[in-house]
Unconditional design. Structure first.
Length: 412
């Protein structure tokens, strides 16, 4: 009898939720625009894509990453802020001594705002830090946004870039963004690119959404269910993943035929192939890889020219992936839906770092590869990258903030 009652209650609940969702979908966006885990990323002609303004972003972490629900509050200017009461604060670039610009590693939705690198620097150095970035922002986007700002003499601007920015196979590489430029505008006498959005019938969206995403966006219940399900997603077992087992650092000084082998290329995800290319010296690269990196360097040069003009400083840091370190990002890198790398695989970015060091030094631009820095700062057994998600943990943000304060002599 109890089982029958429970079953009736269960199906009545399912029917009720179904009816509620139907009402939600018929009414459209109750809280629009309200991006969530599968939410809308808003188009912007200057940065191509960014946070939608005045939203509360929710992020459920996978169970193996802690399973927390992380809130990010976004201001009327599309910039992440500490709490809801700051969402209507007026933004002025002159209020900050340090300006950090980057991609999802700087966006850092995986941890609370007060634990992110900019907040940590503020606590340590007593200065005001602007942390601005979004997933897949490459140098061309970072510079484009920077050129729209009234940067002041003495301000420190920090760029965080990553190998993804220069991988030819990636849809959001630096050159890929350049191909979406529709025209150039003048803002305060500075040339700024105007981007075109990807094809989309979603209002204000930067990218086209799948049908399931469109439905989920319109329903609070479906959105929360999707978040919960994501937190319980399990990575593929690593038992049978034997694509690579060795560190590829040994290949730096010789252009091993492995990289030119078409069979090898077709047996792995293209982005993995790109990462392996960047582990070798530049003489081993293909023309497409070299062109991507030179494109990024040219955009960094544009930023340097502007900052020199106003008397501000530029520092560029190259972020390594978790694959560069033993025991990091173990579940994510081994997932079949992700990169399908064997657990013992280590991939260095030393070839990319060496070429960027050479070229940026010619331009008198301060450049640091964070791979050797993290190797030095990281103690054995510490977790600097989330096992599934692959971005920096709280510990990484804390240690790197301390490093930056010392390295750049940041103080009030």
């Amino acid at each position: 009898m109890l089982k029958k009652i429970s079953l009736v209650l269960f199906w009545n609940l399912i029917i009720l939720l179904f009816l509620v969702v139907l009402v939600e979908l018929s009414l459209g966006y109750w809280f629009y625009p309200t991006p969530r885990q599968v939410g809308v990323t808003c188009f912007d002609p200057v940065t191509h894509h960014k946070y939608c303004e005045n939203v509360h972003q929710l992020r459920y972490m996978a169970k193996d990453d802690g399973g927390e629900l992380i809130s990010t509050y976004v201001s009327q200017d599309g910039i992440a802020v500490e709490k809801p009461s700051n969402m209507n604060d007026a933004f002025n670039i002159v209020d900050y001594e340090v300006i950090i610009i980057g991609d999802s590693f700087i966006q850092a939705e995986e941890i609370k705002f007060e634990d992110r690198i900019g907040s940590r620097i503020e606590d340590l150095a007593g200065v005001h830090v602007l942390t601005h970035g979004y997933s897949s922002w490459a140098p061309v986007i970072q510079t484009n946004w920077l050129l729209t700002q009234n940067i002041q003499k003495g301000q420190k601007v920090i760029y965080f870039v990553m190998s993804n920015d220069f991988t030819p196979s990636y849809a959001n590489s630096n050159l890929s963004y350049h191909r979406t430029v529709v025209k150039k505008n003048k803002i305060s006498g500075r040339e700024v690119f105007q981007f075109a959005p990807s094809r989309s019938d979603e209002p204000h969206a930067a990218v086209a959404l799948k049908f399931s995403q469109k439905i989920t966006n319109k329903s609070f219940f479906l959105a929360r269910t999707a978040l919960l399900l994501k937190s319980h997603t399990k990575a593929t077992s690593t038992d049978d993943l034997n694509l690579f087992q060795d560190s590829f650092e040994e290949y730096f000084n010789t252009c091993d035929e492995f990289y030119a082998n078409q069979t090898t290329q077709s047996s792995m995800k293209l982005m993995i192939y790109d990462y392996l290319v960047f582990s070798q010296k530049v003489e081993c690269w293909q023309d497409a890889h070299r062109a991507e990196v030179i494109s990024g360097i040219n955009d960094i040069r544009r930023a340097k020219a502007y900052l020199d003009e106003v008397g501000a400083e530029l520092y560029v840091y190259l972020i390594p992936s978790g694959w560069a370190f033993p025991g990091e990002n173990m579940i994510g890198k081994a997932s079949a839906g992700y990169f399908n790398l064997a657990p013992g695989t280590l991939v260095s970015q030393q070839g990319l770092a060496a070429f960027m060091t050479q070229e940026l030094n010619k331009l008198n631009i301060n450049f640091t590869d964070l791979e050797p820095v993290i190797k030095k700062l990281r103690n054995k057994g510490e977790e600097w990258y989330f096992p599934v998600d692959g971005h920096w943990t709280e510990l990484a943000h804390e240690r790197l903030a301390s490093y930056l304060v010392r390295d750049l002599n940041i103080h009030h």
